[in-house]
Ligand binder design. Structure first.
Ligand code: THU
Length: 138
């Protein structure tokens, strides 16, 4: 799967995700997450989780990265790849809210999950089948 010619160069995405993770604000869960997104313009945006004493205010790494990408001009359909990194043994998939947030900006999105030892490639359409989109009410 990693030899797929359609596959992006994961190295800069992984680097951005690990770098962002090093800035995670996770004093409550102590679970630091990093994410990185690649846009069709070739830009890479990192994000980390940002927790809050008021727990529901917590922001996931993926949506932090997405917000940075949108602020820089990302349009629907413009997301090309995503990476999520943690340093626990079990790879961390995006939560349901993040899957829904990502699908808004991607047609088919490869999502690479990684820790220090292993990687696993998924596709957003498999992580979030039958997703709800603007096409359902527009
Ligand atoms: N978290 C993420 O940032 N991304 C995920 O994909 C899963 C969960 C964060 C949210 C919270 O800060 C911590 O992990 C524990 O749930």
């Amino acid at each position: 799967m990693f030899d797929d010619p359609q596959s992006p160069d994961w190295a800069p995405l992984l680097e951005a995700a690990w770098k962002a993770r090093s800035h995670a604000h996770a004093p409550y869960s102590r679970f630091q997450v990093g994410a990185a997104l690649l846009t069709s313009a070739g830009a890479v945006f990192g994000g980390c989780n940002v927790e809050n004493a008021a727990y529901p205010v917590c922001l996931c790494a993926e949506r932090g990265a997405l917000s940075a990408a949108v602020a820089a001009g990302l349009q629907p359909g413009g997301l090309m790849a995503a990476v999520v990194v943690t340093d626990v043994a079990e790879l961390t998939p995006p939560c349901g809210a993040c899957r829904q947030a990502l699908v808004e900006f991607a047609n088919a999105l490869p999502v690479l999950l990684a820790n220090r030892h292993t990687r696993q490639l998924h596709r957003l359409e498999n992580l979030l089948p039958h997703s709800f989109t603007g096409g359902h009410f527009r």
